[in-house]
Write a protein that binds this ligand. Structure first.
Ligand code: G4P
Length: 507
């Protein structure tokens, strides 16, 4: 009998405390012995790779990683989503591989831009969310105000599960609203070491807690799992208030691996056949090697080392001899993995983002999206004899999901699109180091892109003919409209009501 799985990600805006919380979750989960090791280990790991110099310079992690730990008989797979402003499509796509998410917000700042974007991706796939309001040991906004903001901005029902007794200098602990037990800060550093009590509250806080208990919907696990309600925990990752409760909440409420959308029919985790999909490909840990690691989310069956899996639609079966499981301490060679687990599969570029791998060849997971780029650049080749290499490089990187590439109908300059600035640096540095192509990026006269389609082929053709200078094809030959602004997208959409303009495209 295998242990239950909880595969989740943490979504947040930079600085809200995701790294701190990750460390504490791993610590509570017994995966690391000292808080602080995540960063150090990250730095060590990064030092190994060359193009990841960018990561070091910027002090951020470009690539998502996977951390597995076990607590009280439950196996947790925490998928890291880079939280910097320069986040990429990887960040979005990682959310297609999880069953739930923890949303961390800063008690002083509330919902910030990036949290909201990531939240929208979760909503697209009805990924249920547990909210953690962090940093209550500092001055923050009133809990009522924060709850209202979450409810309004995200259009979710909210249920506070605990309540901060004061914040900042007045912080006296966190009350569990069900049991009434109060977790208390201790010592000079005011951390939580496990001391709880149930002493009566002062009038002011008693009143607040009463309002909190009466003023919100009761927790409804079903509504949470549907993505309609979020339980809210207040705490301080830094001072150890919250991490243990979050792990318990994930174990008690978060969904186990869910059936995944697929053709011809959704795949249930109970199915015997091994299936999974690639949501991320990480290349060039060492630029001298063509090795890549494809990250597969296992969706059904029990995976065993050495098993042969076939990528749907292309290629022969591949034998997976050295799969990697990502324990927080070390990368371990996996002998077995279960639905919800993530496996790293070393390969030489055969596996692409969006691929389905299975024992039987006739299923295909759907719904792994491409996202409309938010930054577009023209690629200018410095040495015109390298056109072929450039095309190969751009196609490779589009396959990996690093960048998207668009081939305009008119003109010869290819356009690349990314969702975060950092991807541009990664692109240039890899073109140079790996493909020996010197290129420059110049501003493109476009700001965003939409995949266009229409039920009536004639309508689509009319639109494309009338907007030829803004039309391009993506790597797979799908028509894309390049727009100068979001405003232009709306304007054109109004004029061509029979054409649809999509900001995401399923791969
Ligand atoms: P991120 O990964 O979401 O970007 O955030 P990170 O955990 O790095 O935290 C950002 C800053 O907020 C850090 O301070 C961290 O110590 C602090 N922080 C995180 N959780 C809490 C909390 O519960 N209470 C308080 N008071 N602070 C918290 P820093 O000074 O930027 O970095 P550091 O040098 O202390 O690591």
């Amino acid at each position: 009998m295998t242990s239950p799985r909880r595969t989740f990600a943490i979504i947040s805006h930079p600085d809200a405390g995701k790294t701190t919380l990750t460390e504490k979750l791993l610590y509570v989960g017994g995966a690391i012995h000292l808080a602080g090791e995540v960063k150090a280990r990250g730095a060590n790991r990064r030092a190994r790779s060359d193009w990841m110099k960018i990561e070091q310079q910027r002090g951020i992690s470009v690539t998502s990683s996977v951390m597995t730990f076990e607590k009280d008989g439950v196996t947790f797979n925490l998928l890291d989503t880079p939280g910097h402003e320069d986040f990429s499509e990887d960040t979005y796509r990682t959310l297609t591989a999880v069953d739930s998410a923890v949303m961390v917000i800063d008690a002083a700042r509330g919902i910030e831009a990036q949290t909201r974007k990531l939240f929208e991706v979760c909503r697209l796939r009805s990924v249920p969310i547990i909210t953690f309001v962090n940093k209550v040991d500092r001055e923050g906004r009133s809990p009522f105000e924060l709850l209202d903001e979450i409810a309004d901005v995200l259009a979710l029902d909210v249920t506070p599960m605990n309540w901060p007794i004061g914040m900042g200098g007045e912080f006296e602990g966190i009350m569990d609203l069900k049991s009434g037990a109060i977790s208390r800060p201790e010592g000079d550093s005011r951390v939580f070491t496990g001391k709880t009590d149930a002493t009566p509250l002062s009038d002011r806080f008693a009143e607040e807690v009463e309002l909190a208990q009466g003023g919100y919907a009761d927790f409804d696990a079903e509504a949470y799992r549907h993505g309609d309600l979020t339980p809210v925990y207040f705490g301080s990752a830094l001072k150890d208030f919250g991490p243990a409760e979050l792990i318990r909440a994930l174990a008690d409420f978060a969904p186990p691996p869910r059936p995944q959308p697929a053709e011809p029919a959704p795949i249930s985790p109970e199915e015997k056949e091994v299936t999974g999909f690639i949501f991320k490909v990480q290349a060039n840990m060492d630029p001298q090697h063509r090795d890549r690691i494809a990250f597969m989310r296992l969706c059904s069956g029990v995976f065993k080392r050495g098993m042969k899996l076939t990528p749907t639609g292309h290629g022969k079966p591949i034998a997976v001899h050295s799969p990697i499981l990502f324990f927080a301490q070390d990368r371990e060679i996996a002998d077995e993995a279960f639905p919800g687990d993530i496996i790293g599969i070393p390969n030489h570029g055969t596996l692409r983002v969006g691929d389905t791998l299975s024992e039987k060849a006739d299923v295909r997971f759907t719904g792994l999206p491409n996202f409309a780029p938010e930054i577009l650049r023209r690629v200018q080749l410095k040495d015109p004899t390298k056109t072929k290499q450039l095309r190969k490089a751009l196609d490779d990187m589009a396959e990996e999901g690093v960048t998207q590439v668009f081939y305009p109908e008119i003109g010869s300059n290819w356009i690349i699109g990314v969702v975060g600035q950092l991807q541009l640096d990664v692109l240039l540095s890899r073109l140079d180091a790996e493909y020996k192509v010197a290129a420059a990026l110049e501003p493109a006269p476009f700001d965003t892109a939409r995949w266009v389609s229409a039920a009536d082929a004639g309508e689509l053709k009319t639109f494309m003919d009338q907007n030829r200078s803004a039309m391009a094809k993506d790597r797979d030959g799908n028509p894309v409209f390049l727009a100068k602004s979001a405003w232009e997208v709306n304007y054109v959409a109004d004029r061509y009501p029979k054409v649809s303009f999509a900001a995401t495209r399923e791969r």
